[in-house]
Design a protein around this ligand. Structure first.
Ligand code: ZN
Length: 190
């Protein structure tokens, strides 16, 4: 892929690890962390940022349980059970940070297939994903290059080739999603 027509956007899935004792008392205290750092969040970190006065009767309840009650940059935004959390961590690990924004766009476009955990399949994603591009014609030109479309063509045929039309026709075999900051993500239809 040429550098001028590709781009990458870093998007990390994050979850809100919250104190269940505070939650039961009607107050949400939590820490937003990347999904792969949940295990490193202690209950004290969940309460960090709260004004803690060291009076004798302050209960820091550092032994209480925490749970993931919200998430962002994930296709689901509600609470996650430990099993679901683990499943999403595995998906993220397989997809990787660099392609996560594209993965979200793929799911959002409804082009995804589910894996055994009934989550969007990272294996299918990797089969479908054809990169981030400024526009579809940019991708189509790369595709033509890779497949040797014009290999034996005379120069005149190359220079008069209708790229826009060819790209329009080729596009039928793809799902195209807008990138979060311009550009597009291209996915092969399975
Ligand atoms: Zn608490």
């Amino acid at each position: 892929m040429s550098e001028t027509t590709t781009f990458r956007i870093i998007t990390r899935p994050e979850v809100h690890v919250c104190c269940l004792k505070c939650e039961a008392e009607g107050r949400r205290h939590g820490a937003w962390v990347p999904i792969d750092e949940v295990d490193e969040v202690g209950t004290d970190a969940v309460h960090r940022g709260r004004v803690v006065t060291l009076a004798r009767d302050v209960d820091l309840h550092i032994d209480t349980e925490t749970a993931v009650l919200e998430s962002r940059n994930l296709p689901v935004d509600g609470p996650l059970t430990p099993a679901k959390l683990e499943a999403w961590q595995a998906v993220y690990e397989a997809v990787g940070e660099a392609d996560w924004a594209a993965f979200l766009a793929w799911v959002d476009a409804g082009a995804y297939v589910e894996d055994g955990d009934r989550l969007p399949s990272s294996v299918a994603f990797q089969e479908c994903y054809a990169g981030g591009w400024v526009d579809f014609e940019g991708y189509a030109r790369e595709l033509a290059d890779e497949t040797g479309l014009m290999e034996d063509w005379p120069e005149a045929a190359r220079s008069y080739f209708d790229w826009a039309r060819w790209a329009r026709d080729a596009r039928h075999d793809y799902t195209v999603a807008d990138g979060p900051h311009g550009g597009i993500f291209v996915f092969r239809d399975l």
